[in-house]
Each structure stands twice: as structure tokens, then as C-alpha cells.
Write a protein that binds this ligand. Structure first.
Ligand code: SF4
Ligand code: SF4
Length: 136
């Protein structure tokens, strides 16, 4: 099992997850398809040891255990898995501290990506359960 970074990370990039991850398995996209890979971080699902340390560190609530990724963000699982086939297009993310977002900013970010802004990550996962899909 692994954790997944979803689109709620887009353009936030405070990298608190990078600082806490014990195995350095969080990457940024550095290839030539930025329209396909948004400006966010991604977790290598095979290097991730499923420790869960990053999830509560993310101030934007962008990280979910893969099985708990809300259906509205389910396509993001494949983007994290793409690291396995496109390794040369990703580089290890480095820690760059950023100011904490306000609760209003976090809520607006959820709204922007189609999620109910009043819900915590756990409630988002419960409300928008995804069906596991086969990936190439
Ligand atoms: S679950 Fe643990 S190993 Fe996996 S990305 Fe998060 S901090 Fe790193
Ligand atoms: S802590 Fe959250 S928002 Fe920040 S880079 Fe990591 S996943 Fe993205």
C-alpha cells in the first residue's frame, strides 16, 4: 500500500511532506508535459513504506492513503504511479518552507477542485469513496 498526493497540492508546494518523509519518496515533475502533470508533488508508490507520517503534515489535506483517495481525485493515483514508468521525468523534491494557509484558503482550494470545503480529509474520503481501478 502507498499514499497518494492529490490535486489539492497544486501550486501549494509547501513541502512539509518532504521534510517528514523518512524514505525520500516524494518527487516533483521535471519533464516536458506540464499540462499532464500539474504543479504538485507526487509519491512513488513502490518506495513509499505506508508510514502515514506525511498525511497529517499536509496543511492542504492533499495526501490520502491510496485506497482512501476520494473518487473525485481518483485520476491522481495514476499520476503518482507514473513515476515508475517515467522516472527520468521526475526529481526528488526538496524542502522549501512556506507560510501556513488559512482555513479559508484551505476551504477555497477544496471548492476549486470540486470537493465539499466543509469536510475534513477523512470525511472527504468517506463521502467520495472510489472503486479501485486497473492501471496499466
Ligand atoms: S506515507 Fe510515509 S513513506 Fe509514504 S510518502 Fe508519506 S511519509 Fe513518505
Ligand atoms: S505538504 Fe501537502 S501541499 Fe505541501 S507539498 Fe506536500 S502534499 Fe503538497
Amino acid at each position: 500500500m502507498a499514499y497518494t498526493i492529490t490535486r489539492l497540492c497544486t501550486d501549494c508546494l509547501d513541502t512539509a511532506c518532504v521534510k517528514i518523509c523518512p524514505v525520500e519518496c516524494i518527487y516533483e515533475y521535471a519533464g516536458s508535459s506540464p499540462s499532464h502533470f500539474r504543479n504538485q508533488l507526487y509519491i512513488d508508490p513502490e518506495e513509499c513504506i505506508d508510514c502515514g507520517a506525511c498525511e497529517p503534515e499536509c496543511p492542504w489535506g492533499a495526501i490520502f492513503q491510496e485506497e482512501a483517495v476520494p473518487e473525485i481525485f481518483a485520476d491522481d493515483i495514476a499520476l503518482n504511479h507514473a513515476i515508475r514508468e517515467r522516472r527520468d521525468e521526475f526529481k526528488l523534491a526538496t524542502y522549501r518552507p512556506m507560510p501556513q494557509p488559512t482555513p479559508d484558503q484551505v476551504a477555497e482550494n477544496k471548492r476549486k477542485w470540486g470537493a465539499d470545503p466543509s469536510l475534513t480529509s477523512a470525511r472527504l474520503a468517506a463521502k467520495y469513496k472510489h472503486e479501485p481501478r486497473k492501471r496499466a
